[in-house]
Each structure stands twice: as C-alpha cells, then as structure tokens.
Ligand binder design. Sequence first.
Ligand code: ADP
Ligand code: MG
Ligand code: ZN
Length: 626
Amino acid sequence: MLWYWLFAIVLFMLFQSVTDFMTTSPLAYSEFKQLLHGGKVNEVTVGETSVSGTLKAGGLDAILPRERAESVKCNADGLCPFNTVRVTDPDLVKDLDAAHVRYVGQQHSEWMSMLVSWALPLLLLFWMWGGLARRGGVAAGLFDVGKSRARVYMQSKTGVSFNDVAGIDEARDELMEIVEFLKNPQRYRRLGGRIPKGVLIVGPPGTGKTLLARAVAGEAGVPFFSISGSEFVEMFVGVGAARVRDLFVQAQKVAPCIIFIDELDALGRARGVTGVVGGYNEQEQTLNQLLVEMDGFDTNKGVIILGATNRPEILDPALLRPGRFDRHIALDRPDLKGRQKILQVHARQVSLAPDVDLAAVAAKTPGLAGADLANLINEAALLAARRGKERVERSDLDEAVDRVIAGMEKRSRLINPMEKETVAFHEAGHAVTAEFRALADRVAKVSIIPRGIAALGYTQQLPTEDRYLLKKSELLDRLDVFLGGRVAEEIVFGDLSTGAQNDLQMATELARHMVAHYGMSERLGLATFEQPPSAPYVASGQSTAYSERTARLIDAEIARLLDEAHQRVRTTLREQRALLDALARQLLDHETVERDALQALVRAYAAGASEPGAKMPQSAAAQAGR
Ligand code: ADP
Ligand code: MG
Ligand code: ZN
C-alpha cells in the first residue's frame, strides 16, 4: 500500500509541474530584462535556477517583437504568468528595486527534486523488477535467495496413496507405521518410546522411492515439504545452509508434517571426499546445517524427515547415526509377484483386451524396476493406439517388452544376406546350447531383428524363477550358453566374426568371478581375490592384493574354464548340427522364432535326446556319434 501512495504522490506532483509549465509563457532572459526596464513586470519569484512571475497585460508589443509578444498568454485579471531560465546576473536585485517590483526568493525545494531525480527512477526499477520476478524471469532467483523453495504438497495434491504402490510391501508397512504416528502420536509416546526422526529410503533408481514418499504424504494428510538435494546445492555461497534453516523453520511452524529430501546423496556426500574444489566448502556448510537442524528439533512435535537415495554408500556417516536418519528402508527390484502387481497397478489406466496375461509379461521381465514396468505399459498403450486398436492386446505388450528390454526394433537397418546368415547361426548356437543344458534358463524367443545400437540379434532366455543363489553347475551351463554363438559360427563357417565380442566379454567376466570371487577353482582354493576399487592415483604396483604368481594362476584358471566350456559346446553343437541348421533356416525365413516353434524343431531334429531340454547323458552323446 505504501508503494501505491508514494507512486500516486509522485504522479500528482509530476502532473502539477507539467501544468505549471504549460500555463506559463517561457521568455528569454533578455526579454525579461527588457520588460523589467519597460515597467511591464508585476511580480517576480526568484528561484535558484529560474525566475518566474507575472507581467502586466497590454502594450507588450511595444517592447518585444510582435510574434514574441503574442506568444505570451494572459489571464482574465490582466496578468500574464511567465518563466525564464536564470543566468548569472549580479544586477538583478538592483534592477528589480529600481523598477519597484515586488519580489520574493524561492526556497529551493529539496525533496521535490530529490524525488524526481532518484526516488522516481528507483521506484520504476523496482516496479519492473517485481514484474520480472512474478513472471519467473532471471531476476526471480535473486529475490528469494535463501528462501527455501520447498514445495508444500498437501494430501489432495499428491494424489498418490498406498494403493498406487505395489510389490514393495515390507517397505510400505514400515512407512505406514510412520503415518500412524503422525495421525496418533499419543499412542506411541505413552510408553516413553522415541519416535524415529529420520527415515532413509534406499534403493536402485526407479524402484519407487519418490513414489513411496509421496504416498506417505497422501496418506498422512499432513503438510509435506518436498525438496531435492540438488536444489540445496546452489551457486551462491551460504545459500544452501540458509535454505536448510529456512526449511526447518517453516516445517516447525506447521507441525505435524513431513520433510522429504529426495536425492539426498547430492547434499549428504561424505565430507572431505568431494573432488570439486569450488563446491566443497559450500556443500559442507549445507550438510553441517542439516545435521545441526536434525539434532535441534524435537520429534515429539511431529516433524519427520524422509530421505531417499540410490547411493547410500557415499553418504556421510554422521547422517546415518542414531538420532538422524536412523531407520533405513531398503527397496529392491521387484520379484515375479511384485512385478505382476506393479503391472496391474499401471494397467488400471489402460483398457486391456481379455487375452492379455500380465503374469506372463511379469515372467518375461526379470530385473526391471517399477519405473521400467510403468514405461512398458505406456509403450504398449502407445503402440496399440498407433495401430488404431480399441484395446491393448497381447501382441502390443509383447512388442513393448522387446522394446523396453532390447531397445527399438530397427527393421530399416539393412544387413546384407551374408551377415544375416552369420547372425542366424550365431543366435541359433546360443539357443541350441541353452536347450541342451539342463540348468540353463529356457529360451523364450530367438530373433535376428537388429535392435538398439549394436545388437544384431538376440536370444531371450527366461529364468523359471527368481534366483538369489547360483550353483557352480549352473554357472558352467551359463558359460556354455555365452559361448554357443561363437562356436556355431566356428563350426558352420569355419571362420570367426566380430559379432561375439560382447558374449566373450560376459563369459570372461563370469569365469573371472567364479575363480576369483566365488572360490570355485580347486587350484586356487577358497580364497577370494577381489580387485581393489580402481584408484588412479595409487601406484600400479600396489593395486593388487595378491602376488604375481597368484595373478598368473588366476589367469590360467580363467583360461581353463573357458577352454573346457569351448570343448563342451563344440561337442554339443556338432551333435546337434541338424537342429542348428533347421533353427537357423527358420530364423532366416521368419526372423523370429518363439518358444513353441523352437520346441517343435527340437522334437523333430534333436539327435539322441529323448527329452528336449534334458542334459544329454554321456552315453547318449556317444551314441549320437556325429
Ligand atoms: P525412484 O526410486 O527413482 O525415486 P520413482 O519413485 O520416481 O523412482 O518411480 C518412478 C515411477 O515408476 C513412479 O512414478 C511409478 O509410476 C513407477 N513405480 C516405481 N515403483 C513402483 C511400485 N512399486 N509400484 C507402482 N509403481 C511404481
Ligand atoms: Mg526419485
Ligand atoms: Zn551372441
């Protein structure tokens, strides 16, 4: 309001001075002097820079040239207001006295000129600045420096409830307890228990950490301050710490409430290890402020801090000790059941055809996180829409799975027939090997449609169940499947291609793990030989925790494992050459072979195996004799 008044006053005065100026006639100083000597001046106000007053009307043209005299405007009472710019004239007063004119001096109006010369421009500047800030321009950031930009979500705004979170039931239950506390604090305090201050949600990206926190806010029905760690880390020094302080002040005013700090690792990185020289101090200050604030408030007021991170290992230990983020909730990628439930949650938003089986989709997507599954359903809906369908059908979902898992199909990428044949035999090699290894995952689909950036084809294997422990025999079978593609090329073409690079890399990696980490080599025994994390500044001589001799032994054992696998696969594929050829031919014809078709081929062409998918007994292999 004050601003409005000031503005109005200034406007008024501006207006007045302009009208003043308009109604008085400007004269040259010489003209004024002539009129003064001619006795035509009635009254004079002598200002610091100007002389103004009134003239007597009539007979002015006797003194001034005609057009000048006519330019003088006169009032009804016979007086003509005038003004003139004052020049240095020491005789002015003497002349005024001589002409017997009444004259007054004018006190210089300080505040008026002050107002006009700087208050006004300043006012204008502020006004424009304010306009910019409201529109969120560059100046916006300058205005609320230090004001926390935490957004307050109320229950109605998050619109997320625990019903939208699926497949992570333990985490959900634990957070429900927090919600209970916020709704009914007395019950928990009755026995003198201390409510946890901070709860840290830990898990890989896309597993629903942010979603879960938003669901807590939605369920608890209390104010929810949400800010991301990177928002704290600002360019201006000292601002991050000010933000933290401000956030806690705000929160305590509206308690009970929840403060949610997403991506906590951006802010809570362990002190003293950040490599950035400039950001170092600033970030440390912000973190210190957070620690201070977390100590300083009393949970019984009902402020609970939720944090989320996917890199708990880099957090400062001080953040994790009791009294701060002392409760940890771990999220993991969902298992088969979890995936199915998450798919169901997201499928509520699309209309599915009756032939869709979400359990089957869940079975095809091991390792995908919630975000990937949400994306998968969305992709399927977009595909169905593009094809003008009324509902999302099974084929759309199948294609969406392929897209999400293996990248986009690139039908447009032309491969020459020779390459296509190589790829067909390569993939057939993987598939056939997998079919004749009892412990390998079943092959769901073989395809030679190029996908993604590098893959020319792929063999999709489905684990029959989620696995947490793997036996040595299973790992050996897996090794065989990795090599299957390469060995098929070797047998069929007698030549090698570059296409197996990724397979060989995975096989080598697996063999190294078996030897050096899992203690699966008799010659090395039970010791594990972890590679220390690569540190560029450690001299290379110190980088291994074992001797030269052991290193050579490890290499030899890896080579042995790979070599033995190579022999085994060669035997299998030589025996199953008919099947290999048939599958490759079918791939060249149809590009994709599904499980059913593959099983039919196995039944028709497999040599010596009475039961497809069973490991061939040694004697049967010998009988096959090819
Ligand atoms: P992050 O763990 O990286 O914070 P988000 O919470 O942002 O992951 O998850 C991204 C999206 O993935 C969510 O908006 C939601 O659509 C989906 N999502 C992830 N996990 C789940 C889950 N358990 N149940 C349902 N949807 C989920
Ligand atoms: Mg997140
Ligand atoms: Zn391969």
